[in-house]
Design a protein around this ligand. Structure first.
Ligand code: FES
Length: 518
């Protein structure tokens, strides 16, 4: 234990579960349903469909639960920040109520699975609480409370929370929950196998071909199937759905802390900036606190290590002698109207289904998505189909956001191609990365702890934006659609499928820092 932040990011969840391992796909296969993505949505969908007797294949590009699900704060709640007043204004009361119901049903579904199977996964029923530290946001919370009443959501407006924080208003949603998501999902993975499902890790799906769908993998294997479910966070295949132009990526941070201060209960989220989140968890029988927040658009903003330090300072203010056990960050996708896209990828490909854009609320949205995808595959009625259909287009406010998203992408497409860096390769410290120029081209370099330098081309292999160095996680992050690459250039997270171009050491002598611009 330490009163310093851990040197390397690692989520608490992954360090406290033993997950099974699976081989990569080595032969062509066939199935009823191919599910791409081994997070909560893909695993829950594979579980539900295999339980219905469908032959399912689940493909994961790296290891199961290594993406956003493995990096969550794992609140299971329908309280998704300030959203219900906004939804009533933009999509109407009945659709706003449907959103609440689908997420509440997802919460009940998770609880039911845990109770029926007597799973040990640190499940705790608790209230979710939004709090405001400014007058402006206190007023917004009052409006959100009015929305709760209009939607018959069990809520309560109070003026204090049990922390030394100067709070103006706080809004509770009663009887929500928290858990250890990987301990829960480990059970579903075992159930998929017991139901005859097949799971392949380190197998990257890259395309879908044909009317009778065939999923193609990077290692040239093919799986024919009736349905493809793209549950890969950003869809591994977009068809003609233009998902890149309809979502942006946000990054947020979390640390796990052990302290002598007793945690008072509740799951908290500040509504004003910078965002802050609190919940407890049980580690080896002892209470810890997960402190989150500091969200920002991926690849934009300050040195990412500063975000962790801000959370560390916040924990120092709230808790007695905190020991900092873990730190990690997560990436979330946000749609134009803040509702997830769940359903047919486009109307011309009704057997390719997508689930994405859960904002920061993947535990319930991901579970709700899996339940809806199951019903679409089984041709069953589902009350939320229309709400989440990706082909919806609410002109207001989406149209405005649509142009803003694309203006942002256009900005990043040319940014960096024009700028030049200030650092020289000699000045680069060990364990540091920066952007350089080589023969007029923008390059990224990372010097590891032994002094070894790794050089990549900073042009994202998705549609060509310029990646930025993420000092906190030692990754190259793309500000346009959130692709992330290791310091060596390998893809950590899509939509990019190909690694950044890598350069050998002969490039070193060409790296310059002409014309300061960063
Ligand atoms: Fe789309 Fe990088 S993720 S250009």
């Amino acid at each position: 234990m330490s009163n310093q932040l851990p040197k390397f990011p690692e989520p608490y969840w992954r360090d406290h579960v033993d997950l099974p391992e699976f081989d990569s796909l080595k032969t062509d296969e066939s199935a009823d349903v191919v599910i791409v993505g081994g997070g909560i949505t893909g695993i829950t969908a594979a579980y539900l469909l295999s339980k219905e007797g469908k032959k399912v294949v689940l493909l994961e590009a790296s290891n199961l639960l290594n993406g956003t699900t493995g990096h969550t704060t794992a609140k299971i709640t329908a309280q998704h920040d300030l959203i219900y007043d906004e939804f009533i204004q933009h999509i109407g009361r009945s659709k706003a109520r449907l959103y609440y119901e689908s997420n509440s049903e997802a919460l009940q579904f998770i609880k039911q699975i845990i109770h029926e199977n007597e799973l040990e996964c640190d499940l705790k029923t608790d209230d979710a609480i939004l709090y405001a530290t400014s007058e402006e946001y206190a007023h917004k919370l009052e409006k959100e409370y009015e929305a709760y009443k209009a939607l018959h959501i069990d809520g309560k407006l109070v003026h204090d929370i049990p922390f030394p924080i100067d709070v103006h208003n706080a809004l509770a949603m009663k009887n929500q929950a928290q858990f250890h998501p990987l301990q829960y999902l480990k059970h579903l993975v075992q159930a998929i196998i017991d139901n005859g499902g097949r799971i392949y890790e380190n197998t990257t799906a890259v395309n879908v071909e044909g009317i009778e769908a065939t999923v193609l993998t990077r290692n040239d294997k093919r799986i024919t199937c009736d349905y493809v479910l793209a549950c890969s966070h950003f869809p591994f295949y977009e068809g003609t759905g233009f998902y890149s132009t309809r979502m942006h990526a946000d990054r947020s941070y979390a640390i796990a802390v052990q302290t002598n201060t007793a945690y008072p209960g509740g799951m908290y989220l500040s509504v004003d900036q910078p965002s802050r989140s609190l919940r407890s968890a049980t580690m080896n029988g002892e209470e810890i606190v997960i402190v989150g927040g500091e969200s920002h658009k991926t690849g934009q903003g300050k040195d990412t290590l500063e975000h962790y330090k801000a959370l560390q300072n916040y924990a120092d203010d709230l808790f007695e002698k905190p020991d900092f056990l873990y730190r990690w960050s997560a990436q979330d996708l946000i749609t134009l109207d803040k509702l997830p896209y769940i359903g047919e990828i486009t109307s011309t490909q009704p057997n390719v289904l997508v689930a994405t854009g859960f904002r920061k609320w993947g535990m319930t949205n991901g579970t709700a998505a899996a339940l809806l995808l199951r019903d679409i595959v089984l041709d069953k009625e589902n009350p939320y189909k229309e709400l989440y259909t990706p082909s919806r287009f609410y002109a207001d406010p989406s149209l405005k956001n649509f142009f803003m998203e694309n203006t942002d992408v256009a900005k990043h497409l040319i940014k960096g191609k024009l700028e030049t860096p200030a650092t020289s390769i000699e000045d680069l410290s060990r364990d540091e990365g920066a952007v350089f120029k080589a023969n007029g081209q923008r390059k990224g370099a990372y010097k590891d702890e032994n002094g070894e330098v790794y050089i990549v081309d900073t042009t994202c292999t998705h549609v060509g934006c310029e990646v930025e160095w993420n000092h906190g996680d030692r990754t190259w992050d793309c500000p346009c659609h959130g692709s992330r690459f290791s310091y060596k250039g390998e893809v950590i997270e899509g939509p990019a499928e190909k690694p950044l171009q890598q350069h050998d050491h002969t490039m070193l002598e060409n790296l310059t820092s002409e014309n300061s611009g960063y």
